[in-house]
Design a binder for this molecule. Structure first.
Ligand code: FAD
Length: 364
């Protein structure tokens, strides 16, 4: 039997679930997720960090607009906790520094001794200083995602797991979405399928947006007993060659890889991990030991690196919520608010140039 609703959302990552939370008070919403669990792909594999000064201009506007919701305005409790971010500057990193400082707020320039006060094991002879963003935060991603799922369900949304979408057709103004769990129909389909967003467009006969998933890997490595990492920020190379972040008595270390791959259940490449760990250990005096585990996830980008949020101009009722790259968790409160406002025909609180920068038209 076909189930009829107002809005079908494809994808049970943070994009789809936060959009469901925003829309459910106003409309009947069904979320279709192909996996048996929410957040199985990119959302469950992130570094869980909020960095205000990360990304291009529209992304920074989304970061800023997401801060208050992440601090409690969305769920009634904060999902953030203090972390800080320290970027190391080597000789020859001037261009990276200029790019980073452009449009940045609240950044402190540090000398090498000041860097070593924050992370004492950084090799002072290899750097000329650093920049510090004290306000970077850890995000409790599970709390955010489950909180949004709860809000959505409390307002009547249905979240259907193990329901991979296999076909999408449109007749008159109604989309019919076929899954292994049954058929669903609605006038609006939100494509929040992460790395698979172009695949979903292909199923619907809608032009694609040139989405490129890029693999990013990480390991969790124990540190020597007695090494006190209390107060250490996320730290890395300003050239984004690697970064590391304390997690209890272990360090999350990422080679900051960005290898283009097809949409897939991503896994790390041993050589990429080894090379990244080598870059880390050149700069930081911590002995490398066997990681407890490693993983990889996909960060998906369109060519200009800006997320895509808006109705497709050529396919009535087909809405894109994709291309969040490495910012999809921290921008989810603002992007989901915008998605809901556009779907419901409401004015957005974001500036018009930001809304335009996120639109689909620029990609056609
Ligand atoms: C290593 C790493 C570190 C990162 N660090 C950060 C960070 O610190 N801060 C930050 O903000 N972001 C970070 N990101 C980026 C962030 O994880 C992503 O931008 C975000 O999770 C994207 O969310 P999503 O919901 O669009 O995608 P996903 O979480 O991948 O969700 C998409 C969902 O769609 C489903 N789907 C696909 N096709 C179908 C289909 N045919 N039928 C039904 N369902 C389907 C998938 O199963 C999936 O669950 C990081 C990413 C990686 C990989």
């Amino acid at each position: 039997m076909t189930k009829t609703t107002d809005i079908i959302i494809i994808g049970g990552g943070i994009a789809g679930i936060s959009a469901a939370a925003r829309l459910a008070p106003e409309a009947r919403v069904i979320v279709l997720e192909g996996e048996p669990h929410l957040a199985y792909h990119s959302t469950g594999r992130s570094a869980a960090t909020y960095i205000l000064n990360y990304g291009n201009t529209p992304i920074r506007a989304l970061n800023a607009a997401s801060k208050a919701p992440l601090e409690g305005a969305l769920l009634g409790q904060s999902v953030l906790s203090p972390r800080g971010m320290l970027l190391l500057i080597k000789e020859g990193d001037e261009d990276h520094l200029t790019d980073f400082l452009q449009g940045s707020d609240g950044i402190e320039n540090l000398t090498t001794p000041e860097v070593q006060k924050i992370v004492p094991l950084v090799r002072g002879d290899l750097i000329v200083g650093g920049v510090y963003e004290p306000d970077a935060q850890d995000i409790d991603v599970d709390l955010l995602l489950q909180g949004c799922a709860r809000l959505a369900r409390d307002d009547g949304a249905q979240i259907v797991m193990s329901a991979p979408v296999t076909a999408i057709t449109q007749q008159a103004s109604t989309w019919t979405v076929r899954t292994l769990e049954g058929d669903y129909e609605a006038p609006v389909v939100i494509n929040a399928a992460g790395a698979w967003a172009d695949v979903i467009a292909g199923l619907a006969g809608v032009d694609t947006i040139g989405l490129q998933p890029k693999r990013r890997s990480a390991v969790m490595m124990p540190v020597p007993e007695g090494l006190d990492m209390t107060g250490w920020p996320l730290f890395g190379d300003i050239a984004e060659d690697w970064y590391a972040k304390p997690d209890g008595n272990r360090l999350l270390i990422s080679p900051a890889d960005a290898d283009p791959v097809p949409p897939q259940d991503a896994w790390p490449d041993d050589m990429v991990l080894a090379e990244g760990l080598d870059r880390f250990s050149t700069m930081v005096d911590i002995p490398l030991v066997r990681p407890t585990h490693s993983w990889a996830g996909l960060r998906s980008f369109v060519p200009d690196g800006t997320p895509v949020c808006g109705f497709d101009p050529e396919a009535e009722g087909f809405f894109w919520l994709a291309g969040q790259g490495g910012y999809g968790v921290q921008t989810s409160p603002a992007l989901s608010r915008l998605a809901a406002d556009l779907v419901l025909g409401q004015a957005s609180e974001l500036q018009a140039d930001v809304v335009a920068a996120l639109g689909v038209e620029r990609l056609r």
